[in-house]
Design a protein around this ligand. Structure first.
Ligand code: ADP
Length: 172
């Protein structure tokens, strides 16, 4: 299967995605926040927060999984993106680690479909073009290294048409 077949960009609300796993751009507490994190918690219901409390937080670039509760997705993979300008130049590596670690966890969960938001590009301030470039490059490298991956449906979910165009430009 080629990267072109696996990787798709779409515009919409990640909480509505009917996939095995959606990725949450969480914060280190994993106790909920604004943006996509708030939307995921409110769509999933209180069970999600309860499970998150048992996880003991999450480091930058790491990923932890929970159930999806009332979401159409069976699992939520929580990852913590870098806060732009706060990691002494390590931001690109941390952002790439978010994508790689989320994919690795999705494989452990036997997922064949996964949806990513544009991690760190909201409150965490990562410039959107740079973040999209890292996201696309990291996904491509991952599937080049794992050609037999079961992950056949990998969605990059943009929250606006303008954001979708930025990501699509990186996929060309
Ligand atoms: P971060 O703290 O990692 O920057 P944010 O949630 O503030 O996380 O923003 C990450 C990205 O998620 C932004 O591009 C924002 O527009 C987008 N976003 C916000 N809500 C949703 C949603 N319901 N579905 C998909 N993307 C969303």
């Amino acid at each position: 299967m080629t990267n072109a077949e696996r990787l798709k960009v779409l515009t919409g609300d990640i909480t509505a995605q009917e996939v095995d796993a959606i990725v949450n751009a969480a914060n280190t507490s994993l106790l909920g926040g604004g943006g996509v994190d708030g939307a995921i918690h409110s769509a999933a219901g209180p069970g999600l927060l309860e499970e998150c409390r048992s996880l003991g937080g999450c480091g930058y670039g790491e990923a932890k999984a929970t159930a999806g509760y009332e979401l159409p997705a069976r699992h939520v993979i929580h990852t913590v993106g870098p806060v732009y300008g706060q990691h002494q130049g390590q931001e690109p590596g941390i952002l790439a680690a978010c994508y790689r670690n989320s994919l690795a966890l999705a494989e452990e969960l036997d997922a064949s479909s996964i949806a990513f938001p544009s991690i760190s590009t909201g409150v965490y301030g990562y410039p959107k073009k740079e973040a999209a470039g890292i996201a696309v490059e990291t996904l491509r490298e991952y599937f080049q290294a794992h050609p037999d991956s079961r992950l056949a449906d990998v969605r990059l979910v943009a929250f606006s048409e303008a954001d979708a165009q930025i990501i699509s430009a990186c996929l060309l």
